[in-house]
Design a protein around this ligand. Sequence first.
Ligand code: ARG
Length: 476
Amino acid sequence: MSGLWGGRFQNSADVTMFRLSKSTDLDWRLAPYDIAGSLAHLKALTKGGLIDSKISQSIESALKELRKEVFERKFLPEDSDEDVHSALERGLTNKLGEIGGLIRAGRSRNDQVATDLKLLMMDDFTVISELLLDLSGALLKKAETYVDLIAPGFTHLQHAQPVSFGHELAKHAVALQRDISRIRDWYERTNLSPLGSGALSGSSLPIDPELTARDLGFSGLVPNSIDAVSDRDFVAEGLFILALVGVHLSRVGEEWTIWATPEFGWAQLADEFSTGSSIMPQKKNPDIAELARGKSGPLIGNLTSILTTMKGLPFAYNRDLQEDKAVTFSSIDHLTLLLPALTGMVETTEFNRAKVAAAATSGFSLATEIADFLVKRNLAFPQAHQIAGKYVQICESKNIELHQLDESEMKKLHPLLDKTLLDLLDGKHAISARSTPNGAAPSSVKEQIKKLRGENEEAKAWISTSQKRFSGMMGQ
Ligand code: ARG
């Protein structure tokens, strides 16, 4: 029988029921946040005159001692503990006897678990933001190294127009920057305290939940106590953000996997960040890139899972909500494993400049230059497009590149075409001309990288401020 509700029950829980109910395997991760919540709640109870200040001091020291023992793994959940909250209450009463139970007044595991999970997620999401910044930094550094290298840009996986290879690399950093900004928006929205909502209706005791909220670094209180204990939007939204990060990383992974094929031969992966085959001695496989692609599976699955748990759920707390932790921890763990390895892979990849450059202008990827040349001579774009298309067709049938067509043939196509076009049919020229602020010209890409670095610095400052809040909770 659980120590938490003995009074009303005559018989103990069946072993199968207890096994199903028990969640310490997972929710033990919440322990430091649960203790932080208890310390704040203790203050409110003391201020409300519900706990004598001397007794309050001894509860406070016992809680801090317990926190230390949790970190040192000297205090662990026992088989008979149902969840982290009851295990920690056992720890406290073991130390203090009956007065250890005083802090149960005015709160419930329902508001406790919502508070703990919010705190853990906000803490871990700052760590994920930091890992995203590392990856972004690695991509920007590579982008800078290869900013002057001309590469083919693709649409439909077909050569489209040449771009700076730095542009290709930096585009991923832009997506990651949006992810970090999404985390920051989510953090703001999540940062309201459920503590003090009790089981569902608040408390009749003279406690001030606003004070508890401030103490824990929340910006305020969830405005409705029923919503406070049953809302898991912060889980769904958080898991959406992580799923989208997963989708972004899967696109990095896909690109790297293709670039590392012998057919492309662009990317040379470092030994430290590749794997071999147990049967084929020649193999060097881009497993990190493939795992980056693969992890989007569970990350999207976890989001679908929490939304399914939440759908149609009656208010307020229902035990279904206990399923929130497995998916949350799973997504966090996948990314904290993947991101540093992916950053290492990016940092150590060398690109074969000759192969990338050779591919840059093949596949008639400079055909747009012909159309633009005619437009600059005042031809309407549809006609210019038509003529450039014909130009390509002729070259294709003659098996020559665009710059190899005779001037006489050009003139036949359109009198406005002449030899001066040849200067433009050059990859370097084509990309340096695309110097719009977000364009593919090396000069533009350098500016973009500078801007992104500035934004990353700003995000770094946000991360370190936010992390201070949580290091306090870890007793540091
Ligand atoms: N362990 C539960 C959870 O993770 C919290 C406890 C609430 N239980 C309850 N019977 N009201 O959601």
